[in-house]
Structures are given as structure tokens and as C-alpha cells.
Design a protein around this ligand. Structure first.
Ligand code: SAM
Length: 342
């Protein structure tokens, strides 16, 4: 479908004199072929409900509208883009435009935006069913997209926000390096905390990369487009904060062996708990952290959970907490004093 009345993102930028703001890390994608390519990777959008984050001058927005969606909801922080987005919404409205799309515009910060009741409740699907007819799409600044995906992964794990409606898929852009880490397999040097956190909850696929020079102004790095579809059953069935804690210890330093990362989960006077982790989880302590499969990480998380239940206070233990460091120092000095006395 190709209809003339929608203004191009380049027209919107010129019409409203929209200079990209460096402090908001704004890099516009004005090439409609690339905008359409991103939108195509989200899947079939005709008749669906789409939420776009950070529409800016509206390149992706226009490509979404071209698909004949039932409703498009956009959330944009910068008020300068509101008139251009209104123009797009007006042009897309009504049968005579050829689109007959509805577009709702919210001005606000996506990090504070609640998607809990954003879509009609009739769209709700059971988690074990196919994904609902809802899509989340966005080209956000890198400093927003990475913390946001962690927040959204937690919402996926609790089936809240946009995931109250079922396994809502996401198609988002990231700094290419970050995108590669998200999909990194057990054989990859890029594998890290983010790989496990994404992969235990979602089917994650790297769709394609976009050279930095395709953006206006060009960022210093290239960009990767990643699609996330929540899994019917997460590969680790435990609370997100517990998994995040264990995973962040495991990947404390990428080059470290697992046996050097796990002890920081426990007070220094409990080396027995580290030994129990490896033995009960049946994990080789002499391999590099990045060589662990999601299943092995899952087993470590399960044993950690059991240890925490059997040993009150262990979950709260934080080796960086000054209180514990002090406690450890005192205990060490008492132990040393005892040795000296002998
Ligand atoms: N989607 C447009 C494109 O591809 O040309 C703009 C991309 S630009 C990298 C990121 C957009 O996200 C900007 O319009 C910016 O104002 C918006 N943005 C930045 N932080 C945001 C936030 N916290 N919430 C909502 N929008 C945000």
C-alpha cells in the first residue's frame, strides 16, 4: 500500500525545523526503505495494535501506518515532535486517506509509562497461546533502550504491563555490540549477563544491522535490530531479581572462571555454600562463565534459591555492602587475635 497524503519524515524535519538534540541522543532514520525494513521484521501488522516508542519525526511511524494497523499508539518524550505527529495522525485518519488508521499520541517518558491498560482487553491471550495481536516497536536512544529492555524483561517475567495481554513481541534497535551480546550463544566471546537475561525469557533474534551513517546525525556506532518473543515457558522459573543477582555474580568479569565468581554470593566464612552450589547444580567450576548454558545457570539459580531458604540472611548478603565488609574485618581480626593468643 502506498498513499500520498502522509508527510515523509524528511518533510516533518524541515517543516518544523527539528534539529536533532545531542543531549537526548537523537539520531533520525529518514530513509523510508530502512524504516519499512525494521517494521517488516516485526511481522504481519495489518489489523494489529502497535505501540511505537520514540517516534521522533515519524519515519517508523509512517511505515507502521502503511501496514494498515488497527491502532497505533506512540510515546514520545520531546514535545517538539508533537505537531509533526499530529499531522501524521490526521493524514492517516479516515477511509478517504486510504489508511483508516487510528493513532493515539502520548507525550511522556517511556521509562515512566504504564502499558497495563493501553490495549483493548479483548486482545488478551493466554500465555501459552500464540502472541496477542499487539506489537512494540522502537528506535530509542541507546541510553534508554538498554535499561528499558531490562525493565521490560522483568515485566515479561511477571506477565505485567504490555505482557498482561500475553506474549507481546518487541522489535527494537540497540547499539550493534549490545544487540550481538543479547543473542550471543555459549560459543561466543560476546556472551554476558545480558545474553542470559534475554535468552532465559525470550526467543531473541538479531534481524539485521544498520550502519551508523544511515542516521541523521550519524552516531559513532552501528545499530542492530533485535526481535524478542517471550517464551511460553521461561528457561529458568524463579523470580527475576534472584536470577539477576546470581547472573551478575557469574558474569562479574567475563574472563573469570565460574569458581571465582560464585564465592561472592556468600559470606567469606561459608565456603561450604560455594561447594554445595557446584555439587548440587552439577556444574563444572573450572570453566569460563561465558561457557555456561542457560540451563546450567538455571541450575545454579535453583540451588542458590534452596540455600537462601535454608540459610536465612544469605539472600541479603552483599559482598560490597560496607556493613558486611566491616563485619568480615572484625571477624578476621578476632580470628587473628585468637591465633596470636595460641
Ligand atoms: N524513531 C525516530 C527515527 O527512527 O528517526 C527517532 C529516533 S531517535 C534515536 C529516539 C527518539 O526517542 C527521539 O525522538 C527521542 O526524543 C525519543 N526519546 C528519547 N528518550 C525517550 C523516552 N525516555 N521516552 C520516550 N521517547 C524518548
Amino acid at each position: 500500500m502506498r498513499f500520498p497524503p502522509l508527510p515523509s519524515p524528511r518533510d516533518v524535519v524541515h517543516l518544523y525545523k527539528l534539529q536533532a538534540r545531542k543531549q537526548l541522543a537523537q539520531n533520525f532514520l529518514l530513509d523510508m526503505n530502512l524504516n519499512r525494513k525494521i517494521v517488516n521484521k516485526a511481522g504481519k501488522l495489518a489489523g494489529s495494535y502497535v505501540c511505537e516508542v520514540g517516534p521522533g519525526p515519524g519515519g517508523i511511524t509512517r511505515a507502521i501506518l502503511e501496514q494498515g494497523v488497527e491502532e497505533l499508539i506512540v510515546i514520545e518524550k520531546d514535545p517538539r515532535f508533537m505537531p509533526g505527529l499530529q499531522l501524521l495522525a490526521e493524514a492517516a485518519k479516515g477511509i478517504e486517506s486510504g489508511y483508516a488508521n487510528r493513532m493515539r499520541i502520548f507525550q511522556g517518558d517511556i521509562l515512566r509509562f504504564n502499558m497495563e491498560n493501553l490495549f483493548p482487553k479483548e486482545l488478551k491471550k493466554d500465555w501459552k497461546d500464540e502472541p496477542p495481536n499487539i506489537h512494540i516497536i522502537g528506535n530509542l536512544p541507546f541510553n534508554v533502550s538498554t535499561p528499558l529492555i531490562i525493565r521490560w524483561l522483568e515485566a515479561i517475567s511477571t506477565q505485567t504491563g504490555a505482557w498482561r495481554y500475553g506474549r507481546t513481541p518487541l522489535t527494537l534497535t540497540f547499539q550493534k555490540e549490545v544487540a550481538e551480546r543479547m543473542v550471543a550463544s555459549v560459543l561466543s566471546r560476546e556472551r554476558c549477563r545480558l545474553s542470559i537475561m534475554c535468552q532465559y525469557l525470550c526467543d531473541v533474534s538479531f534481524k539485521f544491522d544498520i550502519p551508523g551513517k544511515a542516521f541523521v546525525p550519524p552516531p559513532e556506532v552501528d545499530v542492530g535490530v533485535v526481535k524478542f518473543t517471550p517464551l511460553k515457558r521461561p528457561l529458568i522459573e524463579l523470580p527475576f531479581p534472584l536470577i539477576e543477582k546470581v547472573v551478575s555474580h557469574i558474569f562479574h568479569t567475563k574472563r573469570k572462571l565460574v569458581k571465582n565468581c560464585i564465592p561472592t554470593l556468600f559470606p567469606p566464612n561459608r565456603p561450604d555454600l560455594t561447594a554445595q552450589m557446584f555439587e548440587d547444580a552439577d556444574v563444572n567450576p573450572d570453566i569460563l562463565a561465558r561457557r555456561l548454558s542457560v540451563e546450567e545457570v538455571g541450575r545454579l539459580c535453583h540451588i542458590y534459591n534452596i540455600i537462601c531458604q535454608e540459610n536465612p540472611g544469605i539472600y541479603k548478603y552483599n559482598f560490597r555492602d560496607p556493613e558486611y565488609i566491616e563485619l568480615y574485618r572484625n571477624r578476621r581480626s578476632i580470628e587473628l587475635a585468637k591465633i596470636e593468643e595460641q
